[in-house]
Structure formats: C-alpha cells, structure tokens
Design a protein. Structure first.
Length: 383
C-alpha cells in the first residue's frame, strides 16, 4: 500500500523531481545576500552565534531540559502502569561509552535552539534493539529525500569532509516546525537573527571605540594656504595617528598649531548611548527564545514573588513543549523496537507555587479539613 495518496504523490514528484532545486533553499531574497542576518539560513554559522545573550538563553533551556526525568509507562489490558525497569531506561542511563544522559539531552536542546534540528544516531543490535545513542552535529547533517518514503536517509559530513550515509531508520530527527521547509526545522535563533546581529555589532562598535580612543579629537582642518604639500599632510596624519590613536592615548593633551583647526569627530560612549539599545536587543533575544529576565539572571525590578512567577511561566510555556517534542519523537522512532505498548514522557518540571500552597492550606484549615499539626507541616514544607 503506498504511503502517500495519489495526489500527494504527484505533488511530491514535482517537489523532488530530478530537476528540482536543492531542498534546503535559504528563505532569504537574493537582494538580502550579504546583509545582516543573512546567516539565518547558514546552519554552520548559526552554531557560531552561541555567545552573549544567545548563550544565556540557550543555557537556561538546555539545563532544564537535560535535568528532566524520563517517565515510561506501559498499557496492558486497558490499564496504564509505570515502568521502573526497562531496556530503554537502561539505554538512557548508559547512552554510549563517552556521554551521559544529561549530555545527550543537553546537546539535543542546544541544537534545537540554534538550528531547529537535532539528530540521534541509534546503534542497534541484530534484533533491531537500540544499544547506543550518539548525538550528531546538526550543522553537518543533510536530509536525503525519497519519492516513496518521504525521507530516504541522512548524509553526515565529517570533520575530514568524508560523507557518511545513514538509513532513515538509524537516525531520530527532532525538528521544530518550519514554514519554509518540510525537512528542516526553524530555530529561535533564526527568528532572532536581526536582533542578534544588531547586538553583536553594537558590542563590536563599543569595543572598537575604546580601542581607538574616544578622545581627543581626531579631525583637523588646515587653514587654506598654510599646508599645501600632500606629502607633508600625510606625514602629519601619520604622526597624529601614532601619538593619539588607541585607548592608552585617550586622555593625552594635544596642542594644535601651524594653521590646524581641531574639530571633534568621534563620539563618547555616553553620546553613543549603546546601553539602551543593547537592553532592547537583549530583551528581544530573550523574548524570542522564551526566557524571562529573571531566569536569564537579570535582577532588575525582580523580587522573589515575580521571580517564582517567571520560573513557572518559563517551565510551562518554554521547557514543557520542548520536552513533549522530544518525548513524542522517541515514542515514534525508538519505542516501537520493544514488544510492549510503551509510552514515553517527561516528568513535569513546574516549580511549586509556595504562595498558592500556603493559601490552599489556610483555606482548608478554616474549613476544618486540616488539623493544626497538618497545617503547620504544610506551611513549613514538612507535610
């Protein structure tokens, strides 16, 4: 029985025919090439932007995803029961000879946030049972399409430019939704590309300003008829550069003479006022990644109550959906290798709302549902 209906197969042949263009076409107009954020379609370049506030956002997500506990359940006779011991749980406890479960999930979360894609190579035994899991660099992986099965395999380019072909069954592909491609995901970093570019350029400009010195003035106008020799002008310019360029020369006193009229050209950091612009781009980057300010370590206008609320919002709206994505892909591509009807998910990482717990405890005590000892235990966290 064909996998795709007839009309879909016809559209599919048109999409990936022999004369079709490459499947991963950069979703950027030709006139934007070389402009800021053109790297949003360059997967290797995306990975190189793991710095500054991008790293802060990715780290916050990565650490919570990696710390989540896997939960396995089995259905038998209509009853769902937890599974405490299983080959799959053993596999996660011993992912491969050199990596741990935390490192596996951390790498998965990192690649998803940076490139929108994450790949696991599943090493199976002769019975088809998974024995090892190896995370692969998403910037080096390419999907190989197939007319009948949608994905025919994967091609991995190693550090020595050697290409390794994987069967589709050997690779688990995690990806975010992408309106531009059926095969590759669209990452938060790609969505925040312009803000990331702006932030990095502001940092470079500020560093350059300090390196070159923001004072004294470096623009001079010569009184007409005083210096007419171009060679003399060049020597004077080189002399000024050697004496007054650089951060160490920023406060040197300059004496202008010989018909030179100084005018200030460079701006001080106060005049450039990068601070507000950097805060704006920082907030935009964190918002795209779904990381609240308190979770990113920003303590401006944050108290304990608002920090707890931000942590719960972050866990519910950012972390939990990513864990659901990972669990469902495991459910689809790995668990069918085992005979039992298994279901995989992750335990909720939502932090407790202590204020709400206290309010509920007091309300229950007022209704006579709790004793004094039980109330004291719930208020002190020893219940």
């Amino acid at each position: 029985m064909p996998i795709l209906p007839r009309r879909l197969r016809a559209a599919w042949r048109a999409l990936i025919g022999r004369d079709a263009k490459p499947l991963f076409v950069p979703p950027i107009a030709y006139w934007q090439e070389g402009q800021p954020a053109s790297w949003s379609a360059d997967v290797p370049e995306q990975v190189r932007h793991l710095k500054h506030w991008v790293y802060v956002a990715v780290r916050a997500i990565r650490d919570r995803v990696a710390a989540a506990q896997v939960r396995l359940t089995a259905t038998r006779g209509g009853n769902v029961r937890p599974v405490e011991r299983h080959l799959f749980l053993d596999l996660l406890d011993h992912v491969n000879p050199v990596q741990t479960r935390w490192q596996l999930l951390a790498a998965t979360a990192e690649f998803l946030e940076l490139t929108g894609n994450a790949y696991w190579y599943i090493a199976r035994d002769r019975m088809g049972v998974p024995r090892e899991i190896w995370p692969l660099h998403s910037q080096r992986m390419k999907v190989v399409p197939d007319r009948k099965t949608f994905v025919g395999g994967y091609e991995y380019t190693g550090w020595n430019a050697r290409r390794v072909r994987f069967d589709a069954r050997e690779v688990v592909h995690f990806k975010y939704p992408n309106p531009h491609s059926l095969f590759y995901g669209w990452s938060p970093l790609q969505a925040a590309a312009e803000a990331v570019d702006a932030h990095e350029q502001m940092l470079k400009a500020q560093v350059k300003a300090f390196q070159n010195g923001v004072q004294p003035p470096r623009l001079f106008f010569s009184t007409p008829g005083v210096i007419t020799d171009e060679a003399a002008m060049a020597r004077l310019r080189d002399k000024l550069e050697s004496l007054y360029a650089g951060a160490d020369a920023a406060q040197k006193v300059m004496l202008a003479h010989g018909g030179l009229k100084p005018e200030r050209l460079t701006l001080t950091p106060q005049e450039m006022d990068f601070l507000q612009s950097r805060r704006a781009t920082r907030d935009e980057i964190l918002a795209v990644f779904g990381v609240p300010a308190a979770v990113a370590g920003i303590s401006e206008d944050v108290n304990r109550s608002s920090a707890d609320a931000m942590e719960r919002i972050f866990s519910r709206n950012t972390v939990q959906p990513k864990l659901a994505l990972i669990a469902q892909q495991i459910q689809q591509d790995i668990l069918p290798a085992y005979p039992a009807a298994l279901r995989c998910d992750f335990e909720a990482v939502l932090p407790e709302d202590r204020e709400q717990l206290r309010a509920d405890a007091v309300a229950a005590f007022d209704r006579g549902a709790l004793s004094v000892e039980e109330l004291r235990g719930m208020l002190t966290g020893r219940a």
